[in-house]
Design a protein around this ligand. Structure first.
Ligand SMILES: *Cc1c(COP(=O)(O)O)cnc(C)c1O
Length: 333
């Protein structure tokens, strides 16, 4: 199978599984798991921040992040299409009584700071208290302009807001900037990392921030059911991923660019490609037929009018070349 639906479909490699097999473990709720502790220390070190916390999923990492920034009756400003507004079942509102204030993102994926400023509420008993700005990098594959990160940081300092970055794919941004993680992590209070996407682990995310912040987050993680026991088996995969699978994200970006170019050449309507994602307009009528045609040829795509194709460590250039051939045959019929 060639699976282009998402970079979450990656399987652990033999080398990663071997690390998991031999990982020293302990009860992480007691803080006793040496491999979890090492992963958290390692990630905090890469980020130049005090501390990190290992969680089962990115959704829980974002929820715990928001709960650790905002209390009941407080508010976060967030993009309409942001994962932690749109795709997390309203968790912050449902479980935290935290009010989201969504705004439209600009075409480059940023939340324009003048628009953010216009939504910050005055200190008035009628209003929720605005506490946090939450941005996403990468957003639908788009790397936020590097200048914006510093501007958002300075803006939130002036306005006394926290700044959280949903960095599920932050390393795709790091590879694209050609910088170190700490060079961009300095411009936020907290951020998340998904280990289970392009980095290729079966499970796991990290939340990174200051000592006090991560201490609060650890309590929220326990309350939301994310306190795991011998989690070092999973953390070992995360350590392996951070040490071996970051630089190679460039291959995924190169493959996405190559696939975009090839599909354009055969007449497909490629709207854009950014980092490891491309978006191809196929239209309502063709979507289901294309999906079925590809599935018969062992290629999995999300059959929708605009197909999002995602490259990752389990698809090679040769396999993508087969996808282009099938696509061409589909268009020719
Ligand atoms: C996937 C994703 C998440 C959530 O991660 P899960 O591990 O699937 O819960 C959060 N934010 C963004 C931007 C994502 O792409």
């Amino acid at each position: 199978m060639i699976d282009l639906r998402s970079d979450t479909v990656t399987r652990p490699s033999r080398a990663m599984l071997e690390e998991m097999m031999v990982a020293p473990v302990g009860d992480d709720v007691y803080g006793d798991d040496p491999t979890v502790n090492e992963l958290q220390r390692y990630a905090a070190g890469l980020a130049g921040k005090d501390a990190a916390l290992f969680l089962p999923t990115g959704t829980q990492a974002n929820l715990v992040a928001l709960l650790s920034h905002c209390e009941r009756g407080e508010e976060y400003i967030v993009g309409q299409g942001a994962h932690n507004y749109l795709y997390e079942a309203g968790g912050a509102a449902v479980l935290g009584s935290i009010q989201p204030q969504p705004i439209d993102a600009a075409a480059d994926g940023t939340l324009p700071l003048d628009k953010v400023a216009a939504k910050i509420k005055a200190d008035d008993i009628h209003f929720a208290r605005t506490k946090l700005l939450s941005i996403e990098n990468t957003h639908n594959g788009k790397v936020l302009p590097r200048d914006y990160l510093r501007q958002a940081w300075e803006f939130t300092r002036e306005r006394k807001l926290g700044l959280h970055v949903d960095g599920a794919r932050i390393f795709n941004a790091v590879v694209e900037y050609g910088c170190e993680l700490k060079e961009i992590a300095q411009y936020c209070d907290s951020f998340t990392i998904c280990l289970s996407k392009g980095l290729g682990t079966p499970v796991g995310s990290l939340l990174v921030g200051s000592h006090d912040y991560i201490k609060r987050a650890t309590r929220w993680r326990k309350m939301t059911g994310g306190g795991m026991r011998q989690a070092g088996i999973l953390a070992a995969a995360g350590l392996y991923a951070l040490k071996n699978n970051v630089a190679r994200l460039q291959d995924d970006h190169d493959n996405a660019a190559w696939l975009a170019e090839q599909l354009r050449e055969i007449g497909a309507d490629v709207m854009r490609h950014d980092t490891n994602m491309l978006f191809v307009r196929v239209g309502d009528a063709q979507a289901a037929a294309l999906g079925a045609y590809m599935r018969e040829r062992d290629v999995l795509i999300n059959a929708s009018p605009v197909v999002r194709l995602v490259t990752h460590l389990d698809v090679s250039r040769e396999q993508l070349s087969d996808v282009v051939s099938h696509w061409k045959a589909f268009l020719a019929q």
